[in-house]
Design a protein around this ligand. Sequence first.
Ligand code: FEO
Length: 396
Amino acid sequence: MPAGLIKDDVYAVGAVDWNERRFHGYTYVTKRGVTYNSYLILDKKVTLIDTVRKGFERELLDNIKSVIEPSKIDVIIINHIEPDHSGAFPEILKICPKAKIYGTEKARQGLLKYYGVSGDWTAVKSGQNLSIGKRTLDFIDVPMIHWPDSMFTYSAYDKILFSNDGFGQHYATNKIFDDEVDFAALMDEAQKYYANILWPFNALVSAKLAAISKLNLNIELIAPSHGHVWRKHVAEIMQKYLYWSSHSCKDRAAVVYETMWHSTEKMARKIVDGITSGGVEAVLFDVTKNDRTDIASYMLDAKGWVFGSSTHDGEMLPAIAGFLHFLKGSKAKGRKSFAFGSYGWSGEATKDIEDTISNITSFDPSLRVVFNPTEEELNQCFEAGRAFALKIKSEK
Ligand code: FEO
């Protein structure tokens, strides 16, 4: 995508990775692709905010060249060092070796470890700023949004918050602004992003939002380093971050299961019917057929979490084990759960489920059946689902 003007003398110059489908290794399925956003500010000191992933240097440089010769960059701000933002840094540094670099001390240390270079670095933290001409850029530490080195950069002159990973979406398009793309898709990706990137850091996100609110920044644009620039929906995405980071939940349930010979699946379907009959939305996820990214996104604000697995070799099945291992890192709070599953002779899967994520949710007694559920046992599953719905609705 060519460079795009987001405000007078402020350009989006990043890269679009249309075909990325597995972000963070295997953990995050990005069905709509990814963008690595960088921003170029033309002022007395020409300033580049963040770079892009290795392999996208050409696109970044071509975009910068369409505005100004890259060697004229005076200042590079590194808001975050994860390789999706810093991979092109060594290449950019070669082109403008005299550029002054600004970022946190942790970022400097991380860049040295990754690439062996950090350039002419000035370590900055909250409360410090940098004059680049007409503009003064303020730095705001935001540790764990998304790594310990992370920071935001704010331009009061432009009323832009450059938020790096914060407020991102993995959503590749050839548009820049939030109001140029489908709103439902945008918010779907924003929620998926929060669930899969920031959920474990709710307490820090919440505290940092409160601290930023006290700064009374005038924010017209939020320019993240993934996805679209928030222009029309700044208030909505801020409100969503307050909601998600507060562990708020809706009265709805996810029933996530893995089955060998469909017995556990039969139980799952009856449980979903029971929950629905009790007046609570429920969605069924076969963990072998759904991406964990999507399941986690639904579960982010679902109060009810129900897990099922057949017992195999004395344990739960491997796909649900992998999903629960992933989920327990979320540090979620305020959920209600029970486990279920079929078994042949030992039936350890339900206890295995409970033991794996007892750090983030509490379990009601489990439901287990031998081999294949009878009609009576299926009725018990239905009733368990119905009772679970009533519990979800009654406990606030
Ligand atoms: Fe988009 Fe934490 O990197």
